[in-house]
Design a protein around this ligand. Structure first.
Ligand code: RAM
Length: 511
């Protein structure tokens, strides 16, 4: 890997102090199978609410509801009831962002991401009474406390159970919305901010349950939402320095980085994610006007442009010769060529703006824009069908149209007409993630289609709220509520960075 120790040191100098606050559970609940409820599980208040004084023996359990999304550290006080404890206490704790994680046994999990993400703990307590402080950070709303064994001579009862939440997002920095904003949008804004806040730790994490790391595609959207809410420039700078300071061997920015045991870049390479470094730097400079950081990181942004254009073929379009080379969306049938061409042009245009500020490489970037826009129109635009096509099968997808609109390949009027056509004759290859929906909505706003944009926000994030979201989710399909690219909805993240952007739309375009 290519390491620039100075940049990494700068990043490490910007590790924020986390704010903490203790939160107690609010209720005891029961989860019941109900095919009309979200993912088939309904949450009911339990008849017996007095969990503190209840004596529990082998096989007894209860489920606590914190009534909001938590990211933090759990502590419990447990005491023996009956004869002196003559055997250790064997305790199981299960944490769930959603009811499915409490109701469906983790042993049933068959997805392809590691089951180690599922949050559970079996603890042996030798000495009672005890105050337990769990060392791992958990992300949850529901907590199942299960006594696996005591002995025939004693039971236990729990006294204080609390979560010390952690975040680097300071809510006091977030301006209240003007009172004209509808209740529906104000609620969406609040949940989006909570989502962003719970992902704001010592980096902008993608999801505090999973993957708990910094991905640049997620960072880009988080940073945009952050500039209009928490306005924490230092956390963005830290993340930019991490990506800039640790790159893949040819200089490309890696798709994600880990912080521990020491900062290091992952070996995942994604074409769109690497070029988004330019976009992240552009947005950062736009928001902060921090010229020093721009000048320092500009050479790395420029390098991403140079690496990015190496993939262009003679016709000026990105080669599409592998399956997992660009991300765009979690959709197994999606051809990535045309949407990635859109991403490249979009980033080249932002790169050109930066080049003008820095006073370097303008002509070079202009030349690349001309080349890629011409390539897109000549090779990928199907005049007869009125859509951009992608790959050798000439696939028509939502993602291709959305990214080509954002890239401004067609003149404004044609862009608007293309977006209308998308809704009149929807392509079969749809969108899977809030990440891709974000880009559709951004395209609608950028083409002046505010009404439709708001309608889409309500139909998507609004539906998540109706389905019980405390924070916005990594994956959501109103038609298939158990959808997961990982083979099981248990492993989905239900507080996910790239889903936090309703607050950005509301604060940028609607107030
Ligand atoms: C998943 C995560 C992450 C995303 C990558 C590409 O692992 O959801 O947020 O950026 O995919």
């Amino acid at each position: 890997m290519l390491i620039d120790p100075q940049l990494v040191q700068k990043a490490e100098g910007l590790i924020p102090e986390l704010m903490t606050s203790p939160v107690e559970p609010k209720a005891v609940i029961e989860i019941a199978a109900d095919e009309n409820a979200f993912q088939g599980w309904r949450v009911d208040q339990a008849e017996e609410q007095n969990w503190k004084e209840k004596a529990l023996g082998k096989g007894d359990s209860f489920v606590l509801d914190f009534e909001d999304h938590m990211v933090g550290y759990l502590s419990l006080v447990v005491k023996p009831v009956g004869s002196p404890p003559d055997a250790p206490l064997k305790l199981k704790l299960t944490f769930g962002e959603m009811p499915c994680e409490i109701a469906e046994p983790f042993e049933s999990y068959q997805g392809w991401l590691s089951s180690s993400w599922l949050q559970e703990e079996t603890i042996f307590v030798d000495v009672l009474p005890a105050e337990l402080k769990l060392p791992r950070r958990y992300t949850f709303r529901f907590l199942k406390v299960e006594v696996l064994d005591t002995s025939v001579k004693y039971k236990v009862s729990f006294q204080d159970i609390a979560c010390t939440t952690v975040t680097s997002g300071d809510v006091s920095k977030v301006k209240p919305l003007p009172s004209e904003v509808s209740e529906e949008l104000a609620l969406m804004d609040r949940i989006a901010i909570k989502t962003l806040r719970d992902c704001m730790q010592t980096v902008f994490e993608d999801g505090p349950k999973r993957d708990r790391r910094l991905w640049i595609g997620d960072l880009r959207l988080q940073a945009q939402a952050n500039y209009l809410t928490f306005n924490n420039y230092d956390l963005v700078r830290r993340c930019l320095y991490l990506f800039a300071g640790m790159r893949l061997p040819d200089g490309a920015v890696g798709a994600c980085v880990f912080e521990k045991p020491h900062a290091h870049v992952d070996d995942t390479r994604l074409y769109d994610y690497a070029i988004f470094f330019v976009s992240c730097l552009y947005d950062y400079y736009e928001a902060s006007h921090d010229r020093d950081t721009l000048l320092e990181l500009w050479p790395i942004a420029m390098q991403q442009i140079e690496i990015g254009v190496q993939r262009l073929n003679e016709q000026g379009i990105v080669a599409d010769d592998e399956t997992w080379w660009s991300f765009i969306d979690w959709h197994s049938d999606l051809n990535k060529q045309a949407p990635t061409q859109g991403v490249l042009i979009y980033c080249l245009r932002q790169g050109l703006e930066l080049a003008r500020v820095v006073g370097e490489a303008e002509q070079y970037i202009e030349g690349q824009i001309e080349r890629t826009v011409n390539g897109a129109i000549e090779q990928l635009w199907d005049e007869q069908q009125g859509f951009f096509v992608s790959g050798s099968d000439k696939q028509i997808s939502w993602a291709s149209q959305v990214w080509m609109v954002l890239a401004g390949v067609l003149p404004a009027e044609q862009n608007a007409a293309l977006l209308d056509r998308l809704f009149e004759a929807p392509p079969a290859i749809g969108m899977t993630t809030p990440y891709m929906y974000h880009h559709l909505i951004e395209a609608l706003f950028s083409a002046g289609k505010q009404e439709n944009a708001v309608e889409q926000m309500k139909a998507y994030w609004g539906e998540m709220i109706k389905d019980g979201a405390d924070t916005f989710w990594e994956l959501y399909n109103p038609e298939d509520k158990k959808l997961s690219p990982y083979g099981s909805n248990l492993i989905n993240s239900y507080c996910h960075a790239w889903s936090c952007t309703p607050t950005y739309f509301i604060r940028k375009y609607l107030i």
